[in-house]
Design a protein around this ligand. Structure first.
Ligand code: FAD
Length: 499
C-alpha cells in the first residue's frame, strides 16, 4: 500500500483548463464521496491558449450535463468539422483531416480498398469526395444532422475561447460544491517517511490539506516535478518545435467550420475561428527561427487586425515518466506536452480524469493502481506522438533544412511499422484504444503523400462495375445534404439563442 488512508479529500492545484475539467468531472462523478478544493493563483494566471478540440469533448459535455446552446454562447464557440492542413505535403498543397467517415464502413475491407481498386486513390483528392464533413467544411455549412442512414453522419467538435471556457467550468464546478481557494502556493509539505504530499502552504500562510493531489499547475509541474522529481521523457528529437507565439485577431466576415494549420519553413501556424475573434499562433523551432523572425512570419500571415501583441510560450515536447507518483497525479500541461497540431491536449485532460475515476483509490493507493494508470497514460501519449510525427516525417518538402531533417530523421519503430503496412496495401489497424481511428490515419497518410501500392484482395470479391456503381451512389448520398444546410454562421446565430 503506497497510501493506506481512504481518499476523502482531493486537492487540485491549478485553475486552468486542466484544473477546472478535473474539478467538474470528479465532482460530478464522485459526488459526496469526496470533497474537492481547487487552489489557483490569479497572479500567475493560465497559459491562455488551447481553443481547438476533438469530438470526444461531446462525451465530456454530456456526462457533465452541459446544455450545448448555452455552452456555445458562453464560450463564444464555433463548430469544428476538420483541420485543413496547408503546405504540409508540398507548398501550395492542402488536405483535410476531417472527423467524418470517408465512404462507409464495410464488413470485410475498408472503403479505401474499393477506391484504390477503382483507381480513385491515385488521384488522392478523390478520397474526400466521399466525406460529408469535408464537403460541409469547404462549403462553410453546418447543422446538427439526424438521419436514419448511418452514412449520413457529421461528427464535430468545437473551437472556444480558453479563458471563457475555464470561467464556464468554474461556475459549473462551484455549483456542484467544489471549493475554490485563491492564493499562491509557496511551500509543499510532504510526509517525512513516505514523501507523499500532505499540504500546500499559501503565501497568506493558509494550509490546504488533502489525501490526493492533482497537479494542474501547468508546464512547471509544481508537485509532480518540483516536489516529487519524477523526471521527463524528452521527445524533442522527433518533434522539434519548442516555442509558440499566439495572437488574437479580429474575426473574418464568414466563420469557417474548421481549424487551419499552415506549414512554414520551420513550423506551422494555426487559425482558430471563434464567434468574436480568431485565435492565431505560430508553433516553431527556436533553432531555426529567432523570436523576431517568428513574429514577422506570424504577423505577415494574418489578414485581420491584431487585438494584442504576440505572446511567447516555450515548451518541451514529452511526458513525465510517472504521471501518477505517490499521492500526486499530474493532469494537463504538468503531465507532459504534445504540440497542438491535432488539438489533443484538452482531450488528454479529459481522458486522464476518466482514467482516474475508473481507478479511483477510495480505499487507499496501491502500486497496482498507480502502475495501471501510468501504463495506460504512456501508451496514450505515445500513440498521439506517433500520429504527430507522421505529419512532419512524411512530406515531399525539401525547401528548408527543417523539412530536410524531418524527412531524414529516424522515427519510432511503432510508426515505421504502421507506415510500412499502409504503404504496401493500405492495411490500417487500430492499436490498443488509439484515440485516432483508421479513418484519421488514412486521411493523414494519404494527405501527406503515401498512396498504397496495392489494395486488399477482399476488394476483388466484387466486380469492378459493382464497385464503381457503389462509389457513385455513396458520393451522391454524401453530397445530397450539403446544399440544404444553413451556413455555419446562420446555424450559430440561430442555435445560440436556444437553451
Ligand atoms: P495552465 O493553463 O498553465 O494553468 C496552470 C494553473 O496553475 C493556473 O491556474 C495557475 O495559476 C496555477 N498555478 C501554477 N503555479 C501555482 C502556484 N504556485 N500557486 C497557485 N496556483 C498555481 N490544447 C488543445 O486541446 N487544443 C489546442 O488548440 C491547444 N493549443 C495550444 C497552443 C499552445 C501554443 C499551447 C502551449 C498549448 C495548447 N493546448 C491546446 C494545450 C492547452 O492549452 C492546455 O492543455 C490547457 O490549457 C491546460 O493547461 P493547464 O490547465 O494544464 O495549465
Amino acid at each position: 500500500m503506497l497510501h493506506s488512508q481512504p481518499i476523502r479529500k482531493v486537492v487540485i492545484l491549478g485553475g486552468g483548463t486542466a484544473g477546472w475539467i478535473s474539478a467538474a468531472l470528479l465532482k460530478k462523478l464522485l459526488g459526496e464521496a469526496v470533497a474537492i478544493e481547487l487552489v489557483e493563483s490569479e497572479t500567475i494566471g493560465t497559459v491562455g491558449v488551447g481553443e481547438a478540440t476533438i469530438p470526444p469533448i461531446q462525451v465530456l459535455n454530456s456526462v457533465l450535463g452541459i446544455n450545448e446552446a448555452e455552452f456555445l454562447r458562453e464560450t463564444k464557440a464555433t463548430i469544428k468539422l476538420a483541420i485543413r492542413f496547408e503546405n504540409w505535403k508540398q507548398q501550395g498543397h492542402q488536405y483535410y483531416h476531417s472527423f467524418g467517415a470517408i465512404g462507409k464502413s464495410m464488413a470485410f475491407c475498408h472503403f479505401h480498398h474499393l477506391l484504390k481498386r477503382a483507381g480513385g486513390l491515385d488521384d488522392e483528392s478523390q478520397l474526400w469526395q466521399y466525406d460529408l464533413n469535408y464537403l460541409c467544411a469547404e462549403a462553410g455549412k453546418f447543422a446538427k444532422i439526424k438521419s436514419k442512414d448511418p452514412i449520413i453522419d457529421m461528427p464535430y467538435a468545437y473551437h472556444f475561447d480558453a479563458g471563457l471556457y475555464a470561467q464556464y467550468l468554474r461556475k459549473f464546478s462551484e455549483k456542484l460544491g467544489v471549493v475554490r481557494t485563491e492564493g499562491l502556493v509557496e511551500q509543499v509539505v510532504q510526509c517525512q517517511q513516505s514523501g507523499s504530499v500532505q499540504a500546500l502552504v499559501l503565501k497568506s500562510g493558509q494550509k490546504v490539506t488533502g489525501d490526493l493531489f492533482i497537479d494542474c499547475s501547468g508546464f512547471k509541474g509544481l508537485l509532480i516535478q518540483d516536489t516529487l522529481r519524477t523526471g521527463y521523457e524528452d521527445w524533442s528529437h522527433w518533434l522539434q518545435c519548442d516555442s509558440a507565439l499566439a495572437v488574437p485577431t479580429e474575426r473574418h466576415e464568414k466563420t469557417a467550420p474548421y481549424t487551419r494549420s499552415i506549414a512554414h519553413s520551420a513550423g506551422w501556424q494555426w487559425r482558430i475561428p471563434l464567434q468574436h475573434r480568431n485565435g492565431n499562433g505560430l508553433v516553431y523551432s527556436s533553432s531555426h527561427y529567432s523570436q523576431q523572425e517568428a513574429a514577422d512570419i506570424l504577423m505577415s500571415n494574418i489578414d485581420t487586425k491584431p487585438l494584442a501583441d504576440p505572446k511567447l510560450i516555450r515548451f518541451q515536447t514529452g511526458r513525465r515518466y510517472q504521471q501518477w507518483h505517490k499521492n500526486v497525479i499530474a493532469v494537463g500541461l504538468a503531465s507532459g506536452f504534445l504540440e497542438p497540431l491535432e488539438s489533443t491536449s484538452i482531450h488528454l485532460i479529459q481522458s486522464a480524469v476518466v482514467r482516474l475515476v475508473h481507478l479511483f483509490p477510495h480505499q487507499g493507493i496501491t502500486t497496482d493502481i498507480v502502475d495501471e494508470y501510468n501504463k495506460q497514460s504512456k501508451v496514450e501519449f505515445e500513440q498521439i506522438r506517433d500520429f504527430l510525427i507522421l505529419h512532419y516525417h512524411v512530406t515531399e518538402r525539401t525547401d528548408s533544412q527543417f523539412w530536410r531533417d524531418m524527412r531524414a530523421m529516424e522515427i519510432p519503430d511503432s510508426l515505421r511499422h504502421k507506415i510500412a503496412l499502409f504503404q504496401e496495401n493500405g492495411r490500417l489497424f487500430r492499436d490498443q484504444n488509439d484515440l485516432f481511428l483508421e479513418n484519421s490515419w488514412l486521411q493523414v497518410m494519404v494527405g501527406q503523400g503515401i498512396i498504397p501500392k496495392d489494395y486488399h484482395p477482399t476488394a476483388n470479391s466484387m466486380s469492378l462495375e459493382y464497385i464503381e456503381e457503389t462509389l457513385k451512389k455513396i458520393k451522391a448520398i454524401k453530397a445530397d445534404p450539403v446544399s440544404k444546410l444553413p451556413s455555419h454562421d446562420e446555424f450559430l446565430a440561430h442555435y445560440c439563442k436556444l437553451g
